[in-house]
Design a protein around this ligand. Structure first.
Ligand code: ARG
Length: 455
């Protein structure tokens, strides 16, 4: 029978029992649930609601339940509706009727919110560590090829020369922001709802601040109604997860392109690729495609939770049971996707010769305009003049650097003999020395700043 059978004449319909149950997914909260219950039992004991002997027996019973979960011997019962009822049912089997005192002054509403917050706090810590590992892999790649020149793209059109180090570091900083978002989600989760009861607060004098300390929360909630209905922390977590997914997806997309025969800038290691069942020659970057695809799921998890929360009346409603699966799903997805991406990055083979082959002097058209600017030509005019130079080169089907000085001078007499020196790629890279730029010094500085974030 369920825990709440007293006022019912009939037993729940079998399908409804399945429909109502959250056990299939919330059983993974057993550790948090048992920790929360132990803290609550101690709280009741200090409040004089349990003798110290009763407190000890409940706590050791709960530790025994935890051990059964840990070693895989815990047996679920057909009437176990969720993890909370399963733990309490088993506790009562072990220690007898005394187990029935544990739920004094507590509701599953404050209990589940407490368990879930604890779980989210831990998930944030785990994900953050995974993000750091990926960031380190990116930094090592950046370090190895800090000054390897490659084309930089905007609109996926060749734009200006950059370096591999610069490009890889561009994927480091979004992850640094993701870690800040995870830290924010963790901080939002660290408010203790326990002691809120069903919604109106608990009538027993349990010390909530002591509960918070015991469980690792940094604050206690100030409004019991809000405390049992607040799932903002879950939305914060899913937003962080969705953003992480988007960043991984963009990195994947770009690597898929770079790994294609058309670009050929990188080779994804065999360990991170798969074959085609029909086409023997194929080696597909499935890992990256899946990472890109899974970002859709992560966005869906966030959108799903927000839709569930919208329009709920104050305090707990059963809709809220739908909060857990998207978070578990998102966390599990990222706990695989992040280390997989780390592996892709650390085994990635670069082909600097292919990158170099794609560097065309046309990518230095803006440097040619800057050359005129240094001769006091206003930038807009310089832009127009270099546009004419580009047209001239296109008309002759040659690269910009292949134009002669006299051809340049046919466009503007401000071009002098040294104008052709502009087409030195390395010099163009060297010129971009402002913080954040692609010059070797700026990149060294950026790399140092990046390392301080992950060491
Ligand atoms: N299984 C429920 C959940 O995950 C626990 C809270 C149920 N509370 C209630 N009053 N029915 O949300």
């Amino acid at each position: 029978m369920p825990m709440w059978g007293g006022r019912f004449d009939k037993s729940t319909d079998a399908l409804v029992r399945r429909f109502n149950a959250s056990l299939p997914f919330d059983k993974r909260l057993y550790n948090e649930d048992i920790s929360g219950s132990i803290a609550w039992a101690r709280g009741l004991q200090h409040a004089g609601m349990l003798t110290s002997d009763e407190g000890e027996r409940i706590v050791s019973g709960l530790e025994q339940v935890r051990a059964e979960f840990d070693n895989g011997t815990f047996e679920f019962h057909e009437w176990d509706e969720d993890i909370h009822t399963a733990v309490e049912r088993r506790l009562t089997e072990i220690i007898g009727g005394l187990g029935g005192k544990l739920h004094t002054g507590r509701s599953r509403n404050d209990q589940v919110a407490t368990d879930f917050r604890l779980w989210v706090m831990r998930a944030c810590d785990r994900l953050s560590e995974h993000v750091v590992s990926l960031q380190r892999a990116l930094l090592i790649s950046a370090e190895e090829h800090l000054n390897t020149a490659m084309p930089g793209y905007t609109h996926l059109q060749p734009a200006q020369p950059i370096t591999w180090g610069h490009w890889v570091l561009a994927h480091f900083w979004p992850l640094a922001r993701d870690r800040q978002r995870l830290a924010h989600a963790r901080a939002q989760s660290a408010t203790l709802p326990l002691g809120s009861g069903a919604l109106a607060g608990s009538a027993f004098p349990v010390d909530r601040a002591a509960l918070a300390d015991a469980l690792g929360f940094s604050e206690i909630s100030q409004n019991s109604i809000d405390a049992v209905s607040d799932r903002d922390f879950a939305a914060d977590f899913l937003y962080s997860a969705a953003m992480l997914g988007i960043h991984l997806s963009r990195l994947s997309e770009q690597l898929i392109l770079f790994n294609s025969a058309e670009f050929g800038f990188v080779i994804v290691d065999d360990a991170y690729a798969t074959g085609s069942s029909l086409l023997p020659q194929k080696k597909n970057p499935d890992t990256l495609e899946l990472t890109r695809g899974k970002s859709g799921r992560l966005i869906g998890c966030l959108a799903g939770l927000l839709a569930t929360l919208k329009g709920l009346p104050t305090a707990y409603d059963k809709d809220m049971q739908e909060d857990k699966e998207p978070l578990f799903n998102a966390a599990d997805t990222l706990e695989l996707a992040l280390p997989v991406m780390g592996g892709v990055i650390s085994t990635l083979q670069l082909r600097p010769e292919k990158m170099a082959a794609r560097l065309q002097s046309g990518m230095l058209a803006s440097d040619l305009a800057d050359y005129l600017v240094k001769r006091a030509v206003p930038f807009r005019e310089a832009h127009e003049l270099v546009g004419n130079v580009v047209r001239l080169a296109e008309g002759r089907a040659v690269a910009l650097a292949e134009l002669s000085l006299s051809e340049l001078q046919s466009v503007s007499t401000d071009f002098e003999a040294d104008a052709l020196d502009v087409f030195d790629m390395q010099a163009a890279l060297n010129r971009r020395k402002l913080v954040g730029g692609t010059s070797p010094e700026a990149l060294q500085q950026q790399l140092r700043a990046a390392w301080t974030q992950v060491s």
